[in-house]
Design a binder for this molecule. Structure first.
Ligand code: AMP
Ligand code: GLY
Length: 428
């Protein structure tokens, strides 16, 4: 029996905690910092410490942790994996350098170019006048995408539609002190069209196993309107991508990441999340993330048939080759996840969130799961919302339609002041 530590406190980490808690191999799970919605789960303890490296090490040693699973990108980009490995603690996730696949868009684009991974054409700039002059070289009829090099919590990517918007975005990112995103290094990228999908694999630095596909709803409002968010909902696509596409994604994307990182001397261990744009048969990588998606994890984990713990341990120990026959998406089940967010999300300077309302829902049914994110318990022990994405309901079913109906039935039982959710998740 092993003890597992999970780093993070959102819906993704609640889903990971739930899935890992089902494993007969696991005795105890310590979630750092977790959230108050995760309390009361069998085997699970919440530890509200921040994820300062030395505190994590001490906590892991004190609790005899055998495996650490890191949810969010921030501790990965800060090198928590390297520190854990120095202390001999097994961990799922890439080290600081390999994490640059997500934390630096430029690193990621150069890596894709060098390894012949299909992606949009781009140019990089370190000052705004060069970037603006370069716009003349780009066909602005299709629009272009402006991206900051570094992590910007989803605010560092703007899909622009004409010259003026592109110029304004460049000036905002590079020269405007009022803009919430500030960068000295940006990328201009060809705008791609098609259908987006998030593809997942798990690597041990040497080989990988595919974990499945999910479609995320990034915009706040129905019909893909409104600002970009972390993700307002998700579903597992039906009969798509095709088998040929999946083979292409495995060979031309995941394999190249694993081989390419190994060659640089920074083997990639952990979850590889490829954000893809698929236009008919044409597949391009929009971005890499170095972790599970939130809310993609909330649909992929509930339909995963097997125990995830042996796979995670094999990623950490370099023995994933034993799982070569693992088939992603073996389950015929479909899943839909609907997120409820607080009023004002994703804006940071919105009116204060209303905290006084109690959330009323029976915890779960056989085919539905309630995963918490932005919640805490008040003085009376009731859950209240603390902002951002508050929670989400995942339902599974034989069809997306069945899963969708059930997820929305779950959502209809939950109430808190000024809750927001999309009504069109799973409408394909
Ligand atoms: P990223 O953080 O790079 O995935 O970008 C966030 C979102 O911006 C993506 O999910 C896409 O919807 C959009 N996006 C990014 N790059 C492009 C591109 N080259 N063409 C079209 N849309 C893009
Ligand atoms: N849902 C997108 C992400 O986790 O980045």
């Amino acid at each position: 029996m092993i003890n597992v530590m999970i780093i993070g406190g959102g819906g993704r980490e609640h889903a990971l905690t739930w899935k890992i808690s089902l494993s007969p191999l696991v005795e105890k799970i310590l979630v750092v910092p977790g959230n108050d919605g995760m309390t009361g789960m069998a085997k699970v303890e919440i530890c509200k410490l921040n994820t300062d490296h030395q505190q994590v090490i001490q906590l892991a040693q004190k609790n005899m942790i055998d495996l650490v699973v890191i949810g969010p990108e921030k501790p990965l980009s800060e090198g928590l994996v390297d520190v854990l490995i120095d202390y001999g603690i097994a961990v799922v996730g890439p080290g600081k350098t390999a994490s640059k696949l997500e934390s630096s868009k430029l690193f990621s684009k150069i890596f894709m170019q060098e390894n012949n991974i299909p992606t949009a054409r781009y140019e990089s700039f370190t000052n705004s006048s060069d970037a603006i002059s370069a716009l003349d070289r780009w066909n602005m009829n299709n629009g272009i995408v402006v991206k900051t090099d570094e992590l910007a919590q989803g605010k560092g990517v703007v899909v622009t539609h004409d010259y003026d918007e592109a110029k304004k975005t460049i000036l905002d990112f590079m020269n405007n002190p009022e803009c919430s995103v500030k960068s000295d290094s940006i990328i201009i990228e060809e705008k791609l069209s098609g259908r987006e999908v998030s593809a997942f694999a798990l690597s041990d630095g040497d080989t990988f196993v595919p974990l499945g596909y999910a479609c995320d709803y990034k915009r706040l409002h129905d019909g893909d309107k409104g600002p970009n968010t972390g993700g307002m909902g998700c579903y597992t696509p039906d009969e798509w991508p095709s088998l040929d596409m999946k083979n292409f994604i495995n060979e031309r994307i995941f394999k190249k990441v694993v081989d390419g990182m190994k060659e640089t001397g920074n083997p990639y261990k952990g979850i590889i999340f490829a954000g893809l744009m698929i236009d008919n048969d044409n597949i391009n990588v929009l971005e890499f993330n170095v972790r599970f998606g939130d809310p993609e994890a909330q649909v992929l984990l509930p339909i995963m048939e097997e125990d995830i713990v042996p796979l995670l341990m094999a990623s950490a120990n370099g023995t994933l080759g034993d799982f070569k026959s693992h088939i992603a998406g073996k389950s015929k089940l479909k899943a839909v996840h609907v997120v409820m967010s607080s009023h004002g999300y994703p804006s940071i300077d919105s009116t204060p969130m209303l905290l006084e309302q109690k959330i009323n829902i029976e915890n779960k049914t056989k085919n539905s799961h309630l995963f918490f994110a932005g919640v805490r318990r008040n003085e009376n022990g009731d859950l209240v919302n603390t902002g951002g994405r508050v929670l989400g309901v995942t339902s599974i079913g034989e069809t997306i339609d069945e899963a969708k109906k059930s997820a929305y039935a779950g959502i209809s039982k939950i109430h808190f002041n000024k809750a927001h959710w999309r009504k069109d998740v799973g409408n394909i």
